[in-house]
Design a protein. Sequence first.
Length: 581
Amino acid sequence: MTEAGTPILSVRDLSVQVATPDGAKTVLDHLSFDLFSGETLCLAGESGSGKSMTALAIMGLLPKPMARIAGGTIRLGELDLTQISERALRKIRAARVAMIFQEPMTSLNPLMTVAKQIGEVLLEHGVCTRDEVRARALTLLRDVQMTEPERRLDQYPHELSGGMRQRVMIAIALACEPDVLIADEPTTALDVTVQAEILDLIRRLQRDHGTTVMLITHDMGVVAEMADRVIVMREGQAIEAAAVSDLFSAPQTAYARELLDAVPRLGAAADRPTRPATAGKVLDVEDLSVHFDMTGGVLNRPVARLHAVEGVSFHVAAGETLALVGESGCGKSTIGKALLGLVPWSGSIRVLGRQTAGMSRRAMKPVRRDIQMVFQDPGASLDRRMTVGDQVAEPLIIHGLASGSELTDRVGYLFRRVGLSPDMMARFPHEFSGGQRQRVCIARALALRPKVIVADESVSALDVSVQARVLDLLAEIQEEDGLSFLFISHDMAVIDRVADRVMVMRLGQVVEEGSRDAVLRDAQHPYTRRLLAAVPVPDPNRKRPPMPDVEGEIGTPIRPIGEPPSRLTLRAVGAGHRVAV
């Protein structure tokens, strides 16, 4: 991308301060950059680097009075956005500068239909008359390749999938054909296949409409795929700015090299240590099914059944990591919850040889010492009213394994075990970063010395460098303690790094399973190939291949009562490698 002519957006010496109990804290420190017509500029860096604060400052959406622009200018053409009124900013938002937020569910109004939310923007900026709103909204949904767009107009956000909600956000952002589109982590919360579709969509819309894009992300694979230029940010400052090819081929700063080195690359993982052939099964699951009845009608009786998991069988050996892979809604997390008795299920689950079917809550208590869970969102799984030390100690108290000074010593040991200092025990969750909170959750899971840990998307919410450190920690703990992991994820590059065996799920059933190398290097099922093709390639000189279509209907796990889905049959294609036919 050539940098000819006048920039469409010019930021000079932008500083932003936020109020803290100790006084004003600078979170953006003299940031300067230009954005040229038709290009894609990426702001890259970890959480807290100032990326999103930059976007909010440009949009005039800084949370007041907690945050303020302390200095600098933001020029959109001849207009300085730091000097105009809120009323003038409202006329510019969506019309000249629009923003796609990270989490569409919190950005959309849950009480308004899709048509009303798109129409609100169109009418606010006089794009069309009230009579033309519905037709214009329908056109926008078609532009963002929404399935069944006529039906979606009258639906509410909770009735849409994450990818659909993000498409609605993009339609709203493009409603007035703005000059600049700011996309703040638009794919972080999405499955890898949906992420690929959204990135392809942004690229196509940019090509068709000539929109200038400022993309905010911590995913260097996305940077490689989308960017023309990159600004690497750290602690509110731009520490490196370069063309994307120059940054990836010859980064000039140690921090940029660290970010690039931390990116998990599909096919680049080291060989996993060989497990002894005599290793016994710590977890043995046969014909596991989880169904949820859906009620309706005047009498609120069951009218359909959600077959979240349908006839799944697997085992996990001592010291082994089995990865469950698939998109949202395939049943991965439901299996993890079933193993701990958190959802009703049928079939057979044996933990260290103990059959848990029909066990009472009291009888499950000793079983839960041997199987623990680490959840996706450490912020949501920790109690913000309790110190982290008390939360790590809680399992030990409940199971009567420690008290008094012994309890304190045990918790301190667990903190050191996960790379935290024992003097952090008195802090509350909000005083930690996302990676530190996940370490606290891991310490809590290790408190009872379990034999199996279910890691449910345990690193997907973390920055790439923090993610790498947490994965290293899990590998170290596994090696030292002989732990087994059921690792649930939709990220194939992460799976490549941690798994001994891989099981791919779709719509509640297994479509392919086998060793890591068999499934990831020689995928046989079209759905597995689609997941692999969607992984961003962290190399701007290598383009991600097009995603293959999966033959047959997309299908749904929701079925009429008494009409279960047809069960898939797995055919052996190699040693331990089986594929659905």
